[in-house]
Ligand binder design. Sequence first.
Ligand code: FES
Length: 157
Amino acid sequence: SSSSPATPPSASPPPSSYFVGKRDDIVKARRVTMFVNGRDILVVYHQGVFHAMDMRCYHSGGPLENGDIEEFNGRLCIVCPWHKYKITLAEGEALYQAVDPAQKPPKPQWLSKGVKQRIHTVSDINGDIFVTFNNIPGSIESDFYQTEKFRATLGKT
Ligand code: FES
């Protein structure tokens, strides 16, 4: 499986990480969203593992905190409530089904559009949960929904 195991507890938080809550509280809530150091993030607790990602869907800014979590092709995905795009929890890859018309009979196959959603790292330090931003250089599509330009459009009718 490609899901990452829970980070083992260590003595001190990793550098450039941000406290997002107590383990017990997040486990109970299962999902929390917060604005941390200029970024809206979603932290999810699912099947014993914490995941963190940009809160708004890379496709059109949908609220991933309201998405169902389901397995597709053996990979856990959050399904955006707006247009049902599927994003792997572990990597932020966008999965889709395609049919090769040359195949008889045609059988849908799961393919990846690559990493579209920025996934962050979660650490459990003695019951305190920290998120370390993924600073992979270059733009990932979900970055757009973290910009001032995008925020300026919120709340406007
Ligand atoms: Fe998420 Fe369209 S906004 S699928």
